[in-house]
Design a protein. Structure first.
Ligand code: EPZ
Length: 431
């Protein structure tokens, strides 16, 4: 098994290119099932989650080509309607097959994705949305069975206890684009990844109004056609690199990220005193003296502060004089990074949905475990500010969402290398 060995690093210096967004690419790949013509996607990140989604799509019948790195060409001529448990259980985003299979075949059988370390991952809103489109939806033996023989556009409200649902919105939009009649989605997710999906669907011939707003109106069409589309930049990868620069007081330009994709995040960093220079689609983090200021932050649906950058902000705030309160409103127990940061010497208390971060802590390297994809990234950022070595095990979590993570960071001068767990000091190996 691979591990990361990370040592105190910085100041990081140089330029880093942001890759394509994982959370856009996954629904975009699922959307290729909506036509029997070829769809070519470019700027697709090379991640285990992507390879996994492609495996599921070929399992249901897609012809898949990968003519060059980052380019995938898919043609869903003949399809079966079943996405089996042994494939779906490994990646929650495979739930995005529900909408396209329902729309294209008028039936679907998709295993219910399991929970994960950040908490239960219900899909009740996805199913409610399909039922509102006059589909028969039933759950038996851990599978969602959809009979869409009488599918019909209609009003759908997608608000849940934590706001809207990103992949739920993706599923209902993908079901509605081929459903006869008009579908009006209220409380649709506005994340850039949903906008990117809608833009692909319009290129394929779908009729969607209100893209980027919480109200989407979709006129169903008979058929969609093939096209080419480039995946938007990964705002979460970009935010992770920006924190890597800030926590090491570096001078780093993160390239190829439209700043409007990171509004709330950049606003919070500026509030803390991180010097940022926006140059078109490049964000430059500048060095600073003294301490940043503590911040209070609440994660919210877009355009609020993204939950996927909460752990990274936590890591940064451990190095800031004062008390920061970071509240997680999307996944209330998304704090797997906290016990590991505490082992490195951070002073963080969890009070309900909030992490109370008291800084600045002197962090020291420790053997830690990766868990949630983003929590794992936060541990690496903290390790850059820690004395000594930090060994990070189970880094397959990171490989799901960050392409060549250690190479990109090492290119900025970070002391991070990918080794085998056989290289770890024996006493540190996980029991
Ligand atoms: C997407 O997950 C992302 N994943 C997540 O990124 C991200 O954290 C999340 O959106 C929130 O922004 C992908 O896009 C593949 P939700 P998704 O449905 O769609 C509740 C990462 O690190 N909910 O918007 O699964 C749910 O429990 C991953 O890249 C219901 O109650 O998230 C949560 O509290 C992690 N019922 C909230 O809504 C439902 O039917 C938001 O979930 C669906 C969701």
């Amino acid at each position: 098994m691979d591990v990361f060995k990370v040592s105190r690093s910085g100041p990081l210096k140089g330029e880093i290119e942001v890759g394509g967004a994982k959370n856009a690419a996954l629904p975009l790949l699922a959307a290729t099932l909506l036509t029997d013509e070829a769809v070519t996607l470019r700027n697709v990140p090379d991640l285990s989650d992507i390879r996994f989604m492609v495996e599921i799509l070929s399992h249901v019948g897609s012809e898949v080509e990968n003519p060059e790195p980052g380019v995938w060409k898919l043609k869903a001529a003949e399809l079966t309607h079943i996405a089996p448990y042994e494939l779906v259980r490994k990646m929650r985003a495979s739930v995005c097959l529900l909408g396209p299979l329902t729309a294209r075949l008028r039936k679907a059988e998709v295993s219910i994705p399991g929970g994960c370390v950040i908490g239960p991952r219900p899909i009740d809103l996805h199913l409610k949305g399909l039922a509102k489109l006059n589909c028969e939806v039933e759950i038996t033996n851990g599978y969602v069975h959809v009979d869409a023989s009488k599918i019909q556009g209609g009003p759908v409200f997608l608000g849940g206890r934590s706001g809207s649902t990103v992949t739920g919105t993706a599923n209902i939009v993908m079901a509605a684009v081929l459903a006869p009649g008009t579908t009006r989605i209220e409380c649709a997710a506005c994340e850039p990844e949903v906008v990117d999906l809608c833009n692909l669907l319009v290129k394929m011939g779908a009729k969607i109004e209100g893209i980027g707003s919480p109200e989407l109106t979709i006129e169903g069409v008979e058929k969609l056609h093939g096209c080419e589309h480039s995946v938007i930049a990964d705002r979460i990868e970009a935010g992770t690199f920006i924190v890597a620069a800030a926590i090491t007081r570096g001078d780093v330009t993160v390239k190829g990220i439209p700043p409007n994709l990171l509004g709330a995040f950049l606003d919070k960093l500026e509030e803390s005193g991180v010097p940022l220079k926006i140059e078109g689609d490049n964000i430059r983090v500048l060095p600073y003296e003294g301490s940043l200021k503590p911040v209070d932050c609440i994660t919210l649906p877009y355009p609020g502060f993204p939950t996927d950058l909460q752990a990274q902000l936590c890591a940064l705030m451990t190095q800031v004089e004062g008390i920061s309160i970071i509240t997680e409103r999307i996944y209330p127990n998304r704090f797997m990074h906290v016990p590991e940061l505490q082992r490195m010497g951070a002073d963080i208390a969890i009070e309900g949905p909030s992490a109370i971060v008291k800084g600045a802590s002197k962090l020291s390297g420790a053997p830690v475990m990766a868990s949630d994809l983003r929590a794992s990234a936060a541990l690496i950022l903290a390790a850059f500010a820690a004395t000594g070595e930090t060994w990070i095990q189970r880094i397959y979590h990171l490989d799901r969402g960050y392409e060549r993570f250690e190479q990109k960071l090492a290119g900025l001068g970070a002391k991070i290398e990918r080794l085998s767990d056989k290289d770890m000091p024996k006493e540190l190996l996980e029991a």
